[in-house]
Ligand binder design. Structure first.
Ligand SMILES: [Mg+2]
Length: 192
């Protein structure tokens, strides 16, 4: 993808009960997920964001093979430029190495943290992990399987979205805000 088409905002994604409906997971005898349903609107959302030029990384707890199977099943193998998977590291969120691996994999540095958002359903692992790492946190709130009450100040999300549509709108807004910030301080043209 050409540099000019690339968006400023970088998207880190959790998988289970953010994109994937965990209750639909089918596991084989080795405990590997062989298929699963994605949450309503998520296939279209990921494809659209990818086509619009957003760079995305998966930052997920689970097995490398499980994620390969799920995203191949839905023909979304290419949307994640990098995958930071707990089995391979091997640490789970909220460990900073999960986020750092995604950052490094995208060739970004600490200065880029201000333009990274983490989207997840788990207040302690995703939101707490992202806040502690110094990136923006978005609580994707649709599952009822986990708590919606932050247990600490650090688990307080920066933003909340309840549906794929809401999340798309929020991402566009944050991208626009970043673009605005980028232009801040530019000299006024001679005509103005
Ligand atoms: Mg999750």
């Amino acid at each position: 993808m050409s540099e000019c088409k690339r968006k400023k905002l970088i998207l880190f994604w959790d998988s289970g009960d953010t994109i994937v409906e965990e209750v639909t997971e089918v596991r084989n005898e080795r405990g590997i997920v062989t298929s699963a349903k994605l949450h309503e609107g998520c296939t279209e959302l990921l494809l659209r964001l990818y086509q619009e030029g957003f760079r995305m990384a998966l930052v997920a707890d689970g097995e490398v093979e499980s994620f390969e199977n799920i995203y191949r099943q839905h023909e979304l193998e290419s949307v994640f430029e990098v995958r930071a998977v707990s089995e391979a590291l091997p640490e789970r969120k909220p460990a900073a190495i999960m986020f750092q691996t995604a950052l490094d994999g995208l060739g970004l540095c600490a200065q880029d943290k201000e333009r990274i958002v983490m989207i997840g359903n788990h207040l302690m692992r995703d939101i707490g992990g992202a806040n502690h790492f110094g990136i923006t946190s978005i609580f994707f709130d649709w599952t009822t399987r986990y708590t919606k009450e932050p247990q600490a100040l650090e688990e307080q999300p920066d933003y909340i979205a309840h549906s794929a549509e809401e999340l798309y709108e929020l991402i566009q807004r944050l991208e626009a805000e970043l673009r605005g910030k980028e232009n801040y301080g530019e000299p006024l043209s001679e005509n103005s």
